[in-house]
Design a protein around this ligand. Structure first.
Ligand code: HEM
Length: 468
């Protein structure tokens, strides 16, 4: 008989059994799109749905996902609603650019995101994580952290600003990270006008006030770029090799324009810290409710640290820490939905001879949220079982059934950076502190720009002694 305790099942909406009215659909999308999906979305390989007069195809079958994101990717552009929300903020940044601008930018930026550069940032990731956890030294006996998700955002923001600007930001505000929070909060929300596909000039009430924040923010980025350009001109040898320098070196006819560099800096800020922060917070929560696996992780971290292994090696040397983070992203994918729109009609036939017809203009919903919890593809889909991602089990997971970073030409360019950062941050935190969920706490996931805990994630932090 298997005597192991049942794995932990963290909170999430139960798949709905009931059909919603149109009004209920709109309300749910505005409140929390994760609560929209009914049982078929978690059990069928694909489903066609209608929203007003618009036809949508929800795609879960990994082979069909491969067809859309890789084999016939040139037939699919970014979905209109996503662009309506994000393009006014990020303009021609890589996440929102399309066509020739995207192609040229992706090619130009590929060298900036090589594993070699990510590895070069390991020292900064360690230093920033260590600096942050010092704050827990004064936390008091109760050790209560009000919102672990906000704490993780401070760590990842610290890492991002260091790797992006090396602390060279030109800002008059005391707290640049608060400016970023305000910007993401105001601008990245779905508005009823987006759902009705109103043209971009129709005001979005939910984002009012955002334009002013946006302008101030762009001024900061522009001035920071100018200051750095002057420094590079005066003394390149002593200018840091951070993202800002690497991007500014792409200025030129085959690379990027200065406006595009500005858009990409905003894109990295928007795409590159909240995502990792949310995944870290959910991972810590799930780990805290899985004490046996937490013991294994703590032992692994202590052993690697006792051997004095350099942080650049930790991602490879800590398979249990990595597996916990990957499982955290399975259950709570930071980007819960990757939406596309078919340019021309398309047709796909499964090996069993079933055919899916896609008409021009159809919206395709590829949703890591339902895919990662799908009953056809995962054993105990709602349970936190990091063992699935250990090297000996990894082959059982199809490349297209697990998409935290997407796939195909538009796969996340920062994936290696994020994985390395996450393992370093987790190792630093868990080597010094034990992080527990508060008794009875039940963080509820909501989809905003990322998948985040609705009312924050209060946790308890207590010092621990290393086992060596
Ligand atoms: C755990 C952390 C992260 C997650 C889960 C994540 C997830 C994703 C996903 C799913 C996509 C593809 C979107 C689509 O196909 O529609 C994407 C694209 C992108 N990500 Fe990430 N990301 C993370 C971290 C980062 C970081 C650290 C950076 C930069 C410093 C970054 C920059 C980008 C950019 C620029 C794109 C657009 C790529 C393109 O369209 O060519 N991401 N990310």
């Amino acid at each position: 008989m298997d005597m192991r305790p049942e794995p932990f099942e963290p909170p999430a909406p139960i798949p709905r059994n009931r059909i919603l009215s149109r009004l209920q659909v709109i309300r749910t999308v505005l409140r929390n799109p994760l609560e929209l999906w009914g049982r078929p979305s978690y059990t069928l390989p694909w489903i066609e749905t209608k929203f007003f007069s618009e036809r949508n195809l929800i795609v879960n079958d990994p082979r069909l996902i491969r067809h859309i994101l890789v084999e016939n990717s040139s037939n699919y552009r970014m979905a209109e609603v996503r662009q309506l929300i994000l393009r006014p903020i990020l303009r021609d940044g890589l996440l929102t650019a399309e066509g020739p601008v995207w192609k040229r930018s992706r090619k130009a930026m590929a060298p900036v995101f090589t594993p070699r550069h990510a590895k070069g940032f390991a020292g900064k990731m360690l230093a920033k994580s260590e600096e942050y956890v010092k704050k827990y030294a004064d936390i008091g006996v109760a050790g209560r952290v009000e919102d672990m998700s906000a704490d993780m955002a401070e760590i990842t923001f610290g890492i991002l600003s260091e790797t992006l600007f090396s602390g060279d930001v030109v800002t008059t505000s005391d707290n640049f990270s608060d400016d970023v929070e305000a910007l993401l909060h105001r601008m990245g929300r779905v508005d009823p006008m987006d759902m009705l596909r109103a043209p971009p000039w129709v005001p979005r009430l939910r984002r009012i006030g955002g334009a002013k924040v946006m302008k101030q923010f762009r001024d900061v980025v522009r001035q920071t770029m100018e200051k750095r350009r002057a420094r590079m001109k005066a003394d390149r040898a002593n200018t840091p090799d951070d993202f800002l320098t690497l991007l500014l070196e792409l200025d030129g006819p085959d690379g990027l324009t200065l406006d595009e560099i500005e858009d990409n800096i905003l894109t990295f800020i928007g795409a590159g810290h909240e995502t990792t922060a949310r995944a870290l917070a959910w991972t810590l929560y799930c780990v805290s409710c899985s004490p046996d696996f937490r013991d294994v992780m703590e032992r692994e971290i202590d052993e690697v640290l006792a051997l004095g292994v350099e942080p650049v090696e930790w991602l490879d040397r800590m398979p249990h820490v990595r597996a916990a983070f990957e499982e955290g992203m399975r259950l709570y994918p930071p980007a819960p939905s990757l939406n596309r729109e078919a340019i021309k009609s398309d047709r796909w036939t499964s090996p069993a001879g079933e055919t899916v017809s896609i008409s021009a203009g159809m919206t395709i919903l590829i949703m890591p949220w339902t895919l990662h919890r799908h009953e056809l593809y995962w054993e105990k889909p709602r349970a936190f079982m990091p063992e699935r991602f250990l090297p000996e089990n990894r082959d059982k997971i199809d490349r297209f059934q697990y998409l935290p970073f997407g796939a195909g030409p538009r796969v996340c360019i920062g994936a290696t950076f994020a994985m390395q950062e996450a393992v370093i941050a987790l190792a630093v935190l868990m080597s010094r502190y034990r992080i527990d969920a508060l008794p009875g706490s039940k963080p509820w996931p909501v989809q905003r720009l990322t998948t985040q805990p609705r009312d924050g994630l209060p946790m308890r932090v207590t010092p621990r002694r290393r086992q060596s």
